[in-house]
Design a protein around this ligand. Structure first.
Ligand code: KG4
Ligand code: ZN
Length: 340
């Protein structure tokens, strides 16, 4: 089965072709980061307009890379939600328009299911069941995954997502957007223990997270030194922030592994690219005898490959999941555990 995937939920346009026998045939991505940087965050209307400009050139690029014709595809998967409504509508319109023109069936995919299944695209994929730590710009969740469409929510953030905490704290430290990679790089120069930031809900006894207080604690530190924050001090604050957030993510993941008794932990979403988090999770896994799986770095952040792949997995399980009805809606809010 050969599936075209279209991702446009936020500030990346991603197109990919996945073949269930041959694997990923081609994929192309355009990141809008440079465009949104000037505004310090994603401007939804600009994002939508840019998806319109990028989608078809990226599709042409993927077809050239993979050397297959559009006629040979069996279905088109697109991100139906969650995400920015306008941005989602562009990808849905492109996918459904193509479907109609080519007489191919289409299906809407949950963006987080794409992230969740993305480690299965790697050379040594995890087997079901596993626990997944989903850490993206909009979501922080621990899920139990028993198979495609079998997702049980174990815990989630009650306020900011982990990626959001990275981005907001980076902004407070005068770093650009997106802040995750920048604050993580700066933290490498920081001395540990100069500042200690709170580890929110570390001992709450459940698997929920809260990160908005952490951002406020960074604000307080920065504000107190606003006239005189030297480069080393900024690195020390960055280090304290990264240490705190990584400690919470690791502790909750370890508790989830204990509670479920499972042996595989999968990390997905943009924050999964974080080096400090990966090191700490690997160390925890080695100590507690569970194995940690990551998507390839290029598939940690948003991309079309995970959408094409999730669509193919879904179609293998439910061959009638795709439709030849080309009207569409999108779901800016869509809880993952509503999926079947
Ligand atoms: O999954 P993703 O690409 O988009 C969403 O679905 O939200 O995640 C984007 C988030 C941003 O908040 C970004 O700052 C964060 O992932 N991120 C990182 C790193 N790379 C991306 N956070 C920490 N360290 C990184 N290396
Ligand atoms: Zn994402």
């Amino acid at each position: 089965m050969r599936v075209l995937g279209v991702e446009s939920s936020c500030d990346e346009t991603g197109i990919a072709l996945y073949d269930s026998e041959r694997g990923l045939l081609g994929h192309a991505l355009h990141s809008q980061v440079a465009m949104h940087e000037a505004y310090g965050g994603v401007v939804p209307e600009l994002a939508s307009r840019d998806h319109v400009r990028r989608a078809l050139p990226l599709l042409e690029q993927v077809l050239r890379q993979s050397d297959v014709s559009l006629d040979s595809i069996d279905a088109i998967g697109y991100t139906e939600g969650p995400g920015l409504a306008g941005a989602l509508l562009v990808g849905a319109a492109v996918a459904c328009g193509l479907g109609m023109a080519l007489d191919k069936p289409v299906l809407g995919i949950h963006h987080l299911e794409g992230h969740l299944l993305s480690p299965l695209l790697s050379a040594a994929p995890p087997k079901f069941p596993f626990v997944a730590l989903l850490v993206s710009g909009g979501h922080t969740q621990l899920m139990r995954v028993d198979g495609v469409g079998q997702y049980t929510l174990l815990g989630e953030t009650v306020d900011d997502a982990a990626g959001e905490a990275f981005d907001k704290s980076a902004k407070l430290l005068g770093l650009g957007y997106p802040g995750g990679p920048a604050i993580s790089r700066l933290a490498e120069f920081g001395d540990p223990g100069v500042y200690t930031l709170p580890r929110p809900m570390l001992h709450s006894g459940d698997l929920n997270f809260s990160f908005s207080g952490l951002k406020t604690a960074v604000l307080t530190l920065v504000k107190n030194r606003i006239t005189n924050i030297c480069e080393q001090d900024r690195a020390n604050v960055a280090r304290a922030f990264v240490d705190a957030i990584v400690a919470v993510l690791v502790a909750k993941s370890v508790t989830a592994m204990k509670q479920t008794g499972l042996q595989r932990l999968v990390i997905a979403g943009g924050v999964g690219a974080n080096r400090q988090l990966r090191e700490a999770l690997d160390a925890a896994g080695a100590k507690r005898r569970f194995k940690v799986y990551y998507p390839e770095l290029e598939f940690c952040t948003d991309n079309g490959a995970m959408i094409a792949f999730a669509a193919a997995m879904r179609l293998q399980r439910h061959p009638d999941a795709a439709r030849r009805e080309y009207g569409f809606t999108v779901r800016p809010r869509w809880p993952l555990d509503e999926l079947r």
